[in-house]
Every structure is written in structure tokens, then in C-alpha cells.
Design a protein around this ligand. Structure first.
Ligand code: AOF
Ligand code: ZN
Length: 339
């Protein structure tokens, strides 16, 4: 809060919590900025509200200008290295320089080659700019950062399964394997990502709407809905409004290239088995969200089919595992590619 006196770690923690106000989806990271006087007194704050709007530093500086607050010689704590480029908005390194900021502490280096280098630019101008790595600042944008490093969307493979690894019964029915809490949780994830993808087989079998319907959230963000494959899906529910796209290829890499060009940074792959297997076979699943119901089917569709693994030494094993109990069901998350 303005007027509060904060030490350096607290000021950065505050900047991280401001950053978290921004949207998790979209082509830009979430960034926060706190500007303090040399005494540690908070002068102004800012955060980025998403692509096309002011960056966190620009927001804080505009607030200062409006309120007539002098930031000359002040310290700016920013969760991401200030940018150097003119993209949808102007370079923050220049804005900080013009405002007379004396010191800049940033918590994550910008992996975007177009924007990176703000620290160097500021130091070249005699401004004290220091990179002080911060785990919370990195965690807030972990998927975006990984996507930028990989140059492709970050991929989460999500499914609901029985204890024996089935995602549908032998007759194709799959409503509902998991309970209400688990389903509500998946809607929360959908509302935080840029796109959801299924295969044409799933559209034909389930006719899903693929919308985000998190409980108690008015007007949630709706991800782009993507249908991959060659099957005929005309008349399906997914096409009933404009926010859906068909990609007529079987190749996950091509799909990711096309989605990257459409500013997709985080994608949830929601099956079915053919599509999920194709992403695993291509090494393109970064994270798994498996919702496991205490149920058995004994027959029916499996989560994935042949992945070309014939011996234990080739097993695909996740790391960074988390488990969350959701009513009777358990969500297991795991990382499958490592940064
Ligand atoms: C900052 N502060 O608050 C953010 C930054 O298209 P633009 O102009 O919005 O630029 C987007 C890029 O700028 C984005 O990919 C990332 O590298 C950086 N984001 N930088 O200094 C901010 N959001
Ligand atoms: Zn910027």
C-alpha cells in the first residue's frame, strides 16, 4: 500500500502479489511493480493487465505522474526485467530512465528476445539495475516462461480416468467418471489458459462445448477451442460461436506452430486417446493433470494407447508431483518436460 515502509524482500513480494492481479492467459506475462523512496516508503504501484495495456512499470509511472508524486532517485521493484522494445506499448527501460528512477531490482530475466536486455540498457545509462532472482516471481509465470524458452505453447494434458486407467466405457459413454468438485476444478484451469484442444473423435463421441464454466465466477475468460484431425465435426456444439478453430492435421508440432502464431502460450489437451498419445509420442506434453476416480470399468478406452514404449527403461515418468483431493477423486499433476 502507498505510504507503507517495506524492505527489499517485502517490496518484491508485494510486486509479485500485484502481478497476480493480471490475467494468467494471453501472450504476455503477469508483471508487478512497486516504486519506493530511498526510505523504503511505497510511492506508487502498478501491474500489467494483459496484452495491449500498459506494462507494470508504465502503469506505476503513470499513476505517479497523475498524483504528482516525484519518483526521481526512487527504487523500482519489478517482477520481470524491464523491456527495451516497442511492441504493443513502449519500452519500460526508457520510461524508467526518463522518470529519473535511481535503482531497479528485477526478479526474472525476460526470455523474450525482442524485449530482453533492459537490465543492461539501464546499467549502461548509469542506473543501478540488479537482477535478484525470486522463486515466487518465477513461479507466477512458470508456464509462460517455459513456453518462451521452448518457442511453442506450454502443453498440459488433462484427463479423467478410472483406477484402471479408462476414460470411457466400452460403449463410449464417459459422463461422468469424476464428481462435481473435480469437474469444477477443470473449469478453473480452462479459464486460466489460452486454448483447449480435442480431436475430432472426441467431438463426434461427446459433442463437448469446451467452454470454461468455473463455479462462482461471473463472465470467466473463455479459451480458444481447437479441434484437431480429419473427422467430420459439422454441426457440433463447439462451432456454435466464433471462438473455435479446426486444424486439419494429425501432427502435434504443426498444431503448436499454428497456435503459437495465434498468441497461444498455454494449451490444455483434453483428448481423446489418439490425440493425447500423439502429443506424448512427440515429446510435447509438459504437464499432466490426471483426475482419478475410485471406479473401475475393466474395459473401454484407455488414457493413452501405444507410445512406442516396450521396456521399463523407456518408461515416461513425471516429476514435481502434486496430489489434491477433490471429493472422492484425486487430482495428480506431474511435469513431463523439465526446464
Ligand atoms: C515489462 N513490463 O509489465 C510486461 C513486460 O506487446 P507488448 O508491448 O505488451 O510487449 C510484450 C512483451 O513485453 C512480453 O512478451 C514480455 O517480454 C514483456 N512484458 N515487460 O517490462 C511488463 N508485461
Ligand atoms: Zn515493458
Amino acid at each position: 500500500m502507498t505510504g507503507e515502509v517495506l524492505g527489499a524482500p517485502e517490496a518484491m513480494a508485494r510486486a509479485v502479489s500485484l502481478a497476480a492481479r493480471g490475467p494468467a492467459w494471453g501472450p504476455n506475462p503477469r508483471v508487478g511493480c512497486v516504486i519506493t523512496a530511498p526510505t523504503g516508503e511505497v510511492l506508487v504501484e502498478g501491474w500489467h493487465r494483459g496484452a495491449g495495456t500498459a506494462h507494470a512499470e508504465a502503469h506505476a509511472l503513470a499513476t505517479a505522474a497523475e498524483a504528482g508524486v516525484d519518483v526521481a532517485g526512487a527504487t523500482a521493484y519489478v517482477t520481470l526485467e524491464p523491456c527495451t522494445h516497442t511492441g504493443r506499448t513502449g519500452p519500460c527501460a526508457d520510461a524508467l530512465t526518463v522518470a529519473g528512477i535511481g535503482r531497479v531490482i528485477y526478479a526474472v530475466e525476460d526470455p523474450n528476445p525482442q524485449a530482453a536486455g533492459g537490465g543492461e540498457v539501464l546499467r549502461g545509462r548509469g542506473i543501478e539495475a540488479e537482477f535478484v532472482p525470486d522463486a515466487a516471481a518465477r513461479a507466477l509465470n512458470s508456464r509462460w516462461l517455459r513456453a518462451m524458452e521452448l518457442g511453442r505453447p506450454y502443453v498440459i494434458a488433462k484427463w479423467a480416468q478410472t483406477l484402471d486407467g479408462r476414460t470411457a466405457a466400452a460403449d463410449g459413454t464417459s459422463f461422468w467418471i469424476t464428481g462435481e468438485e473435480a469437474r469444477a476444478h477443470t473449469h478453473g484451469t480452462r479459464a486460466e489458459v489460452d486454448a483447449i484442444l480435442v480431436g475430432t473423435g472426441t467431438v463426434r463421441a461427446d459433442d463437448p462445448s469446451l467452454s470454461a464454466r468455473p463455479p462462482h465466477v461471473a463472465d470467466p475468460h473463455q479459451p480458444l477451442r481447437v479441434v484437431m484431425g480429419m473427422g467430420d465435426t459439422s454441426g457440433a456444439r463447439v462451432w456454435r460461436d466464433g471462438n473455435a478453430v479446426a486444424i486439419r492435421t494429425h501432427d502435434p508440432r504443426e498444431v503448436l506452430d499454428m497456435l503459437w502464431r495465434r498468441d497461444v502460450r498455454t494449451l490444455v489437451v483434453e483428448g481423446g486417446s489418439v490425440v493425447t498419445s500423439a502429443f506424448f509420442r512427440s515429446g510435447l506434453v509438459d504437464e499432466v493433470h490426471a483426475y482419478i476416480a475410485p471406479a473401475l470399468l475393466g474395459a473401454g478406452t484407455t488414457v493413452v494407447s501405444d507410445l512406442g514404449i516396450h521396456t521399463m527403461t523407456d518408461v515416461l515418468r513425471g516429476s514435481d508431483v502434486t496430489t489434491t483431493q477433490l471429493g472422492a477423486d484425486t487430482l495428480v499433476t506431474a511435469a513431463f518436460t523439465k526446464g
